[in-house]
Design a protein around this ligand. Structure first.
Ligand code: SF4
Ligand code: SF4
Length: 278
């Protein structure tokens, strides 16, 4: 390949985001010995099943593992609102494949915003690094788009803003357990999510991957099914055969058959999407 490729994969802990990115990273290495491949994973607290984002870059001139905002050629999201959370990685030429599954992390499942106990907070700022708010609801359910974290350190103490979505990411980062739960938050509607993403790129495809995985008998294969969808659209410069070979090596043997089936179902779906939109 003659151009670097940037990708962001996201979802909730336990959905297999990291495995999906490992498969693509291995495939990128195999396809071009000249390819540099870099990945970076930011995981929420796994026992709380919080948000997970993986950056994947490959190509002839890649150095940094981090995808710059506004430069992801593809966004693959295993969970609906997680696709929205990371929308600022998109640009007008991106493709976004978003699973319509609603899988709210347990912390935000409680529908909480958070606040900080100032007697415990010592202003280290760790939580800010995890806080990524690209949208929030105000008043009459208006979805506002932002690019700022929902918290900041003021006079040595963390202060949470109105825009906190209760995602729970900051819980994992606080060494003092200073972050506490507050009032209810709202999960965005499907239309709000797609319309917001389509302000950036027309190539936004919300798919029922979890339903397709259910039909195969195991929702755990949704990550591989989504990989198939992405590959089927031909928007990733990797061959289906190489990716399939990497699935064969990275997926546990006892789950291989169903994962390969899921990959094929995904490819067919991706090809349909591609045919409809060409
Ligand atoms: S719970 Fe609120 S403050 Fe904490 S990371 Fe999420 S949006 Fe930011
Ligand atoms: S991580 Fe905890 S201690 Fe550090 S600034 Fe945030 S709330 Fe305060």
């Amino acid at each position: 390949m003659d151009k670097d490729y940037n990708m962001v994969l996201t979802g909730i802990g336990g959905q297999g985001v990291v495995l999906a990115s490992d498969i693509l990273a291995m495939a990128a290495l195999e396809e071009g010995p000249e390819n540099r491949v870099r990945t970076s994973q930011i995981k929420g607290m796994s026992q709380r099943s919080a948000s997970v984002i993986v950056h994947l870059r490959f190509g002839p001139t890649v150095d940094s593992p981090l995808v710059a905002k506004g430069s992801a050629d593809a966004l693959l999201s295993l969970e609906l609102a997680e696709g929205l959370r990371y929308m600022d990685y998109l640009y007008e030429g991106s493709i976004a494949i978003i699973n319509n599954d609603i899988n709210i992390p347990p912390v935000s499942l409680q529908g909480q915003k958070v606040d900080v106990d100032p007697s415990l907070c010592y202003g280290c700022g760790n939580c800010l690094a995890y806080c990524q708010v690209n949208y929030y609801f105000k008043g009459n359910n208006d979805l506002l788009v932002l690019n700022n974290p929902a918290s900041s350190v003021i006079s040595g103490k963390c202060v949470v803003q109105e825009s906190c979505t209760g995602c729970g990411q900051c819980f994992s980062a606080c060494p003092r357990s200073a972050i506490e739960l507050l009032e209810k938050t709202v999960y965005p509607e499907l239309d709000q999510i797609t319309n917001t993403l389509k302000r950036i790129t027309n190539n936004v495809f919300v798919v029922s991957a979890t339903d397709l995985a259910k039909e195969l008998g195991n929702t755990k294969v949704v990550n591989i099914l989504l990989l198939g969808i992405l590959l089927g659209t031909k928007k990733v410069p990797l061959s289906i055969r190489t990716v399939e070979s990497c699935i064969t090596r990275l997926v546990p043997t006892n789950l291989l058959d169903i994962n390969l089936k899921a990959f094929q179902v995904g490819i067919k779906k991706g090809q349909e999407i591609s045919a409809k939109n060409s």
